[in-house]
Ligand binder design. Structure first.
Ligand code: NAD
Ligand code: UDP
Length: 344
């Protein structure tokens, strides 16, 4: 198909990428919670991994075990500035962006730039190298949804003028760029709308609900439930999510479209607090704090597209995933001397 005059030729037939067994994979945000686990997986599979991160919310400790690997390279760089890489790049996973509300709200303009300019720079590199590029989108593009569960066809209910907008609108704009680079330049893309994901390698100080509750429980501090705790979230274990991201990236589709990835099990925040208390055996008390502005009331993914396209569904039950995460936090916090005697 040819576009009107002035536009570059577009290929709609999927070009099945002829990928070498040993690929060069770029992970932006590779020092973060999800990115560092993805880097480790790709190294284990025998690929060359370039991790690009500005360490804003990522941590060197997440990638320290990878640094001595001869196929691993770390580049400290902010994705809002274009970057060039020598040699081939076969796959790009664009994960760079703070994901925790208190972190992404610290510098909202930078967060917006990270989403939009970061996406643009990843897409430009993909275009130059002929690489396929993955975008870590989010359930936040649905905002405070009026329907539940949320299917991909739902267009969302986002406040453009609130504290969460820098993230929500930035990620929405990034999806648009991915759509347009695919249709205009034939760049191979994959987009996952990721719902709340937790697991080992989260920063205990990250500010998200799972990390906060486990951190508080292990220190014997109050468990801070915002609002009544009646709002719901669906929590996916990171190992399950990464399986789906890899499967999505390996899919060759004529018309790639965003796919919801998450665990459809839905829990209130108060239920989560009770589970963390039980699993840690803490004596911490639940206390109620103000609900942040625009906090979504419900969130539950419709994952029928992921089920049919990828043959994927999450396997890890919330209790089991929390148990593994608690063990990981315990080890990290004990090392830092941050545990109460009871929690050791
Ligand atoms: P994270 O904060 O642990 O990781 C983000 C990484 O990106 C960090 O290493 C950070 O230093 C890096 N980064 C941030 N801004 C950057 C910039 N301008 N330049 C270079 N590096 C930058 O978060 P995460 O949970 O691992 O999330 C990874 C991606 O997945 C994010 O794009 C996030 O929006 C998306 N996502 C995550 C979830 C979730 O529940 N974990 C849900 C939806 C979407
Ligand atoms: N939350 C809470 N206590 C905390 C942190 C978060 O009650 O210490 C609530 C928050 O208000 C939201 C839910 O937990 O309703 C999930 O928050 P998180 O920051 O993890 O991610 P969100 O899904 O809001 O982006």
């Amino acid at each position: 198909m040819t576009l009107p005059r002035g536009n570059k030729r577009v290929t709609h037939t999927p070009v099945k990428p002829c990928l070498p067994l040993r690929r060069t994979v770029l992970v932006t945000g590779g020092a973060g919670f999800l990115g560092s686990q993805l880097c480790a997986r790709k190294l284990q599979q025998g690929h060359q991994v370039i991790c690009l991160d500005n360490l804003q919310t990522g941590r060197m400790r997440n990638i320290t075990p990878l640094m001595s690997h001869r196929s691993f390279r770390f580049i400290e760089h902010d994705v809002i500035t274009p970057y060039q890489l020598k040699g081939p790049v076969h796959q790009i996973f664009n994960l760079a962006c703070p994901a925790s509300p208190p972190k992404y709200q610290l510098d909202p303009i930078h967060t917006f730039k990270t989403s939009v300019m970061g996406a643009m720079n990843a897409l430009e590199l993909a275009r130059e190298k002929g690489a396929k590029v993955f975008q870590a989108s989010t359930s936040e593009i649905y905002g405070d949804p009026e329907i539940s569960p949320q299917p991909e066809g739902y267009r969302g209910c986002v406040n453009t003028f609130g504290p969460r907008a820098c993230y929500d609108e930035g990620k929405r704009a990034a999806e648009t760029l991915f759509h347009d680079y695919h249709h205009r330049y034939g760049v191979q893309i994959a987009i996952a709308r990721i719902f709340n994901t937790y697991g080992p390698f989260m920063d205990p100080q990250d500010g998200r609900v799972v990390s906060n509750f486990i951190n508080q429980a292990l220190r014997g501090k109050d468990i801070t439930v915002y609002g009544s705790g009646g709002q719901t979230r669906s929590f996916c274990y990171s190992g399950d999510l990464l399986d789906a991201i890899e499967a999505l990236m390996d899919l060759n589709e004529a018309a790639p479209a965003p796919v919801n990835l998450g665990n459809p099990g839905e829990f209130t925040v108060l239920e989560l607090a009770r589970k963390v208390c039980t699993l840690t055996g803490t004596r911490s008390q639940v206390v109620f704090k103000d609900l942040p502005q625009d906090d979504p009331k419900q969130r539950k993914p419709d994952i029928s597209v992921a089920r049919s396209k990828l043959g994927w569904q999450p396997k890890v039950r919330l209790e089991d995933g929390l148990h593994r995460t608690i063990r990981h936090f315990q080890a990290e916090m004990a090392e830092a001397g941050h545990l109460t005697a009871a929690a050791r």
